[in-house]
Design a binder for this molecule. Sequence first.
Ligand code: GLN
Length: 492
Amino acid sequence: MKRLKNIIKPNLVLLFATVIFSALLTSCKEDSKPKLLMVTEATFPPYEYHQNGKIIGIDPEIIQEIARRIGYDLVIEDMSFDSIITAVQTGKADIAASGITVTEERKQRIAFTVPYVMSEQLIIVPEKTDIRKPADLKGKRIGVQHGSTSDLYVAKHFQNPQRFANAALGVAALVSGKLDAVVLDGGPAKVHSARNPGLKLLPEALVHEEYAFVLNKKDKELLTKINGALTAMKEEGLVDEIIRKYEAEMKRQEQEKKKEKQSFLNALGDSIEINFIRDKRYMFLVRGFLITLQISFFAVIMGIIIGFGVAIIRSTADQTGKLKFANTLCKIYLTVIRGTPVVVQLLIIYFVIFGSVDVDKVLVAIIAFGINSGAYVAEIIRSGIMSIDKGQLEAGRSLGLSYPQTMFYIILPQAFKNVLPALGNEFIVLLKETSVSGYIALQDLTKGGDIIRSQTYDAFLPLIAVALIYLAVVMLFTHLLGILEGKLKKNE
Ligand code: GLN
């Protein structure tokens, strides 16, 4: 055990030093120009979408030009649509550009720039349908994107819709017959219906809207500058030109898709080509996998450190009556962390605790999952400590060892061995729990699969691939744990 500790200790210090150092490095990096952080939900073609590892489209291109004109360096981040406005409101991002409709309700919370394009809500239906006009939507299964104006409109005028993280996932559900219609903004609605031969658009729009960019109400000066640049670009005809360029690009992609449909059938080989190889889509999984591993690895370490600390405090308080105050704090920590869902904790840490600080999101996730895991590890270790016969503590003390010495050299090593299977289980849970990281716009493994899904409308292969990767990691980990258990048994 001592040997194990000697190996683990210096490595831990090194790893932590690396994380902290790289975090400092990223936050201290001085750019010559100030940074303009734009947030968007990039499954909304032609306004924003992923292509060859980049986020492109009408919005990024307009904002890029605005940034250039007002002297900023543009950085783009992809996140779920329902987090975008909060991100700007809490100061996490400078500007949101995501085909955002101007509404009175939103105006109370954030500031809009001048509008840059007219839009409308359209209805996508299957070729064969009895829905002919908007009024026919009553009582039907309608899909929308969560938090969008389509969501608000359908809930208000028809019934509760089925809410999807993004419109593409709703369209995929429509294709597989799980919905009767999808209500969606005109731009992406045209793209999605053209790409799926079994779908069509109803000619009548549900409602007309206007898009603008979103800023924090406090950033008055930035708003004035951006409005200036945007107005000039509109007058020069540049905004319309950008819109036309992407509309043409969508048409071109459609033609390409049509040709393919004629030449191949959807055999498995083609599905693999489309889902993973084309546009290097496998990179979403590779990059996502690395992020998932990074978060899980450091969160496990943090969880162990917190867990051991809390367990020692709690057991010491139980056995000696000391450390009362620390014990109360630990109890509060355990109650709160174990009593609330990890995804809520992650969102609180990101949006509230680090609200206006610019920290690396991977670091936020490590902290959130580390703190969460610590609570479970603490109780596992404590149960290990409790399982050790009280006589051993007394024996240690009578040999002249102090309480901490007895704890570290006699009780903890045995406790650790006893709870190893339970700890292993906790780490497996943790690895899989990191799959909610997409909520703070981290592109982990699950989110990587989602992005592929939203581009190919294929649910099967991307989900199976993601599941297999998690499974492989868990199996490898269980195997390694078995080896460690065997070694510890031999050392007995
Ligand atoms: N225009 C809609 C809204 O603002 C949807 C935008 C989007 O999905 N990106 O709510």
